[in-house]
Design a binder for this molecule. Structure first.
Ligand code: S3P
Length: 428
């Protein structure tokens, strides 16, 4: 298979959620361009509408306008769908609101741990009522909050962001420290909007200035590096050609997968570097690797590639000379949209690759045998996309249990994947 052409990944999912939430908390009208139109972002828009925010339809190629006023008590429960970011960041926003709201989500989200957010929010003074242990549904009643100084037990941008948003809505100082630095989109957006956020001795500190809410704003959301990763991996595994992936957010806290791919022998050039709303953006030019090398992914790298482990594991399964790639300390993958740690290993084995979860580490051995077999995506978008990329290899026969889940983060994924591989076929 050869690769060619120019593609643009959809808007960044993490930044899209944050842009909508901050626009909902601003004063007046905001205009957001390049917002992701995936289901997860629609979940954030839906719950914000239920809280009284006017948001225009989230559709492709159209700016989204957000007309904020004060948030109001919802008439019904807030359904966060499949989106962990929606649920956790929203809990932070609601911690500073003087009303009650009940949050729920789909079957996958209702299995995911929430105490990592609810515990520090309770310490700040939010009342949170559990129904079945720590998972959704949960009822939160916010109000007057206390300042918080908190050390996160695991690096998590969702937890960090929830606490910073609680500081913003509760008008109190929040200082958070993480074992390793996770994605910093919330921090960058706060700074971009003129909110008093700083870094002090490795802690992220929000200190309210007592000024009224930030005015409405315009923001351009860059393309999602995590979605681009699937196209880049398809190019890395191709037998020849060159692929341009345009308008990709290249925030270093998101680019661990590029660092790892480069270590494995893939060349990715970054051109046309620019800024969009405080985030670095570039076009990426990818050429296939001549021979992929095995590598070890360290615990410190994991937060910078946490969503890319499935696709990196797929790439690692093609390493030459039966080399073994090890992902250290990826236990967090057990509590993503699915148990990604077990399912990546299980599905690789199902297509003929030696792969195993050992404790919190994932081991993958390279093979030259074409991947063949049935893959259970567990309706997890990133598993579906990772194994679809594996299915582009010559001689591959990879059957996915479903493909619809890609709509969560990359609705046009299969069209784009076909385009970059089919264009090359037409040109011989
Ligand atoms: C996200 C943070 C990460 C990531 C998720 C999006 C965010 O989760 O896996 O897809 O937008 O803050 P954790 O904070 O749980 O690591």
């Amino acid at each position: 298979m050869k690769v060619s052409g120019v593609v643009r990944p959809p808007g960044d999912k993490s930044i899209s959620h944050r842009a909508l939430l901050l626009a909902a908390l601003a004063r007046g009208r905001s205009e957001l361009t390049g917002l992701l139109t995936g289901e997860d972002v629609k979940s954030t828009a839906r719950v914000l509408r239920a809280l009284g925010v006017a948001i225009s339809p989230v559709r492709d190629a159209r700016p989204v306008t957000v007309q904020a006023s004060r948030l109001t008590a919802p008439a019904a429960r807030l359904d966060c769908g499949n989106s962990g970011t929606t649920a956790r960041l929203l809990l932070g926003v609601l911690a500073g609101q003087p009303f009650r709201a009940r949050l729920t989500g789909d079957a996958s989200l209702r299995r995911r741990p929430m105490r990592r957010v609810t515990e520090p929010l309770r310490t700040m003074g939010a009342e949170i009522k559990e129904e079945h242990g720590e998972t959704l549904p949960l009822t939160i009643r916010g109000g007057r909050l206390h300042p918080l100084t908190y050390v996160l037990p695991v690096a998590s941008a969702q937890v960090k962001s929830a606490l910073l948003l609680a500081g913003l809505t509760g008008n109190v100082c929040v200082s958070v420290r993480e074992p390793y630095r996770s994605r910093d989109h919330t921090e960058r957006l706060f700074v971009h909007l003129g909110l008093a956020l700083s870094e002090q001795d490795g802690a992220v500190v929000y200190a309210p200035t007592g000024r009224p809410r930030v005015p409405g704003f315009r923001l351009e959301v860059p393309g999602d590096a995590s979605s681009a990763a699937f196209l880049i991996a398809a190019a890395a595994l191709a037998e020849g050609g060159e692929l341009s992936v345009e308008n990709v957010g290249v925030n270093p806290t998101r680019l661990g997968f590029l660092v790892v791919l480069e270590r494995m022998g893939v060349r990715v050039e970054r051109v046309n570097l620019r800024d969009a709303g405080g985030e670095p953006v570039a076009d990426l030019v990818v050429r296939p690797a001549s021979a992929l090398r095995a590598t070890e992914i360290t615990a410190a790298e994991v937060p910078t590639l946490v969503d890319e482990v499935p696709i990196l594991a797929v790439v690692a399964s093609r390493v030459a000379g039966a080399g073994e790639t090890v992902f250290r300390e990826v236990g967090e993958l057990r509590v993503k949209e699915s148990n990604r740690l077990e399912l990546v290993a299980q599905n690789l084995r199902a297509v003929g690759v030696a792969a195993e979860a050992q404790g919190n580490d994932l081991h993958v051995r390279g093979t030259e045998r074409p991947p063949r077999g049935a893959v259970d995506t567990a309706r997890d978008h990133r598993l579906a996309m990772a194994f679809a990329v594996l299915g582009t290899l010559p001689g591959a026969a990879v059957r996915l249990s479903e493909r619809r889940s890609v709509a969560i983060s990359y609705p046009a994924f299969f069209r784009d994947l076909r385009r970059i591989t089919a264009d090359a076929r037409h040109r011989g």
